[in-house]
Design a protein around this ligand. Structure first.
Ligand code: ZN
Length: 292
């Protein structure tokens, strides 16, 4: 679906096998920036290269025009088709320095951050061509008409980035802004809060493109960020209440309790969600995250 002059959004459905016979339906977005060449923001899971190539063909262009993939971060549902696209088109791949190791060594990522169905989501490890830093500007067309500005927005993961396409007023936020009522995933809740506040301070965003949410336009852009901050505070209070006075509660027990309070389905209570709630518990002495 075309979003703005240069940007297209692709909603990519996939399933995560969480236990034998049980699968969760999910989706993730990948985005195209169509200028003189085509830049992809993330690539979905393994196999999504076909959907992406077919979509590009439907716009009258060809996949050989893909010159660059910019990764918002290295989690499996964002990098799954990257190697296949890199191989088919010879395009370059860019990612923040702190995510480089996990995209180049996916077996290591699986060991350090196991998620259900990891290897059904990730195709192959990826060779990184360009390492990104906060504040960098990617001049996509070579004439500064399509400048993509890099914002380091950690919290969800150490090297998560958001990207502002100035010409179109579009912000790609990856997984930096949690969706209220949906599965929260972060390593560092304080960093997440600060990252969302930083994005909230960018003036003139017309369209917000999150990986796990439908496109948001106009006043809904900043409203979404404010709702995310309130959601993080709600989770924080629920985790502290569920832990009670216990110093080191059983992670999965805590996870099930908090998931129920948040209204998440029981099958959402996985070690990944437990990891998120432990990220709140590390800051149990900081009662009000909104002050961070
Ligand atoms: Zn992620």
């Amino acid at each position: 679906m075309q979003i703005s002059t240069h940007v297209h959004a692709l909603r990519l459905p996939f399933t995560i096998p969480v236990a034998p016979g049980i699968a969760i339906d999910r989706f993730v977005y990948a985005f195209l920036i169509c200028g003189k060449t085509i830049t992809l923001i993330d690539t979905g899971v393994a196999g999504c290269e076909n959907t992406i190539f077919e979509y590009i063909a439907s716009t009258g262009r060809t996949s050989s025009e893909i010159s660059l993939i910019v990764q918002t971060h290295a989690h499996p549902d964002h990098i799954g088709a990257t190697r296949a696209i890199q191989k088919a088109t010879g395009c370059k791949v860019a990612i923040h320095a702190k995510e480089k190791l996990w995209i180049e060594n996916v077996a290591l990522q699986d060991r350090e951050r196991p998620v259900p169905g990891f290897f059904t989501q990730v195709g192959n490890p990826v060779n990184v061509d360009r390492v990104l830093q906060d504040g960098e500007v990617l001049d996509l067309d070579g004439d500064h008409n399509l400048d993509l500005i890099v914002f380091h927005t950690p919290g969800h993961s150490p090297g998560s980035i958001s990207l502002l396409l100035k010409s179109d007023g579009v912000l790609f936020s990856g997984d930096a802004i949690p969706v209220p009522g949906d599965l929260p995933v972060y390593d560092d809740v304080i960093a997440s809060v600060r990252s969302i506040k930083r994005l909230d301070n960018i003036d003139g965003i017309r369209i917000l493109l999150s990986s796990w949410d439908q496109p948001r336009e106009g006043i809904l852009v900043y409203q979404r960020m404010h709702e995310a901050l309130v959601y993080l505070q709600h989770i924080h209070e629920a985790v502290i209440a569920a832990a009670g006075g216990t110093k080191s509660p059983d992670p999965m027990g805590l996870c099930r309790k908090v998931a129920a309070v948040l209204g998440l389905p029981p099958q959402a209570a996985t070690p990944l969600l437990a990891r998120t709630f432990l990220a709140n518990l590390r800051f149990r002495d900081r009662k009000n995250l909104l002050l961070e």
